[in-house]
Design a protein around this ligand. Sequence first.
Ligand code: UDP
Length: 243
Amino acid sequence: MTQRPRYQRILLKLSGEVLMGQGAFGIDSITVARVAGEIAAAREAGHQVCVVVGGGNIFRGLAAAAKGFERSSADYMGMLATVMNALAVQNALEQIGVDTRVMSAIPMPQVCEAYIRRRAIRHMEKGRIVIFAAGTGNPFFTTDTGAALRAAEMNCDALFKGTSVDGVYDADPKKVPDATRYETVTFSRVLSDDLKVMDASAVALCRDNDIPIVVFNIRETGNLASVLAGEGTATVVLNEGNA
Ligand code: UDP
């Protein structure tokens, strides 16, 4: 296994799907508590962590648009769903004594802070976990793109994509039994082979800003801290020169 560099400041992307646990919809509090424990352990190990949460466990704009809903309104509903998830993650973190701030791309002052980049950086320097809600604040985008954008803005050393598989494979491991996992893979291969990592605009943004994407299994307890320590199983997506 190749040694992964130590990433000091990371952005963790959690899809809505991760938060629903074994369920088919909504927020599973046991799962959210477990994920909060993973984040707390990473912080304990000395990493600065910020988080972007998805909303697909509650509402997906594209799915509603396919059923005739006007796309922009549907996307705003999707963004509101991410705010609910962000509050759930904040609640779970606070219950284990971790200082947390939710910052929304769509201001809603009664609920959480509005996203202000310099303020977010300050929170992180103080050891707080910053949870970014409402994606980019714009319809026609995804929280994957929001994650890449915030990772660039916050000067993160890497974007950690927590999924239910342990990395990037050359074929879908759930369908092709002998699919092989990449230890590292380039952004251009991910885009040319349409490997399912994040959506293409998010991958392109990470490529252009030279932010490695670390794909790992967040369902395995203790895995975030162990991947951060350079152990455990993961795939790192990076630029040619760094491969
Ligand atoms: N969304 C959006 N703009 C953004 C981020 C999200 O319009 O910048 C909407 C979009 O409708 C999306 C929904 O929010 O379907 C939930 O986000 P996403 O599907 O990315 O969540 P995930 O798949 O990570 O759970």
